[in-house]
Design a protein around this ligand. Structure first.
Ligand code: FES
Length: 146
């Protein structure tokens, strides 16, 4: 039996849909049931912190998958990447006032897709920084030769 909150988040999911030009995204599948979920994030820098300014999800999943992904997006929005990365499936289930034990695995999708989206953003941001460093080094060398 689902809690009232699970039913609310399932019937009226928040942040559902795709996102154009996300800064990061992550897709995970659930091997137990074959369901799949994608989380998209936009990141803004604010006083040396990287904040999730917008977040969306898409899922082909059950009621619990929809409710947990909707909840995880609500929990992560406005948080720093470090804090959002710490959100666990148990945190999500607690915020939903519990999940039936047989449905706990559904919350793996929400946690996993969010973590992958953050990792995707970080790997892209890392390669952009690396590219900028290499361009700066190349520019210095060119200056010296002149
Ligand atoms: Fe597949 Fe819930 S049964 S995610």
């Amino acid at each position: 039996m689902y809690s009232k909150k699970v039913m609310q988040y399932f019937m009226k999911p928040k942040n559902q849909g795709s996102m154009k030009n996300p800064d990061g995204f992550g897709t995970v599948g659930n091997p137990k049931c074959g369901d799949i979920m994608t989380v998209y994030i936009k990141v803004k820098k604010n006083k040396n912190k990287e904040i999730i300014s917008d977040i969306k999800f898409e899922t082909l999943g059950c009621a619990a998958a929809i409710a947990t992904s909707s909840m995880v997006t609500e929990m992560a929005k406005g948080k720093s990447l470090d804090d959002a990365f710490k959100i666990s499936r148990q945190n999500v289930a607690d915020e939903l006032e519990g999940l039936p034990p047989a449905k706990m695995h559904c919350s793996n999708l929400a946690e996993g897709a969010l973590k992958r989206a953050i990792e995707d953003y970080r790997s892209k941001a890392g390669s952009k920084t690396k590219a900028r460093e290499l361009a700066a080094k190349a520019a210095k060398k060119t200056k010296k030769k002149k």
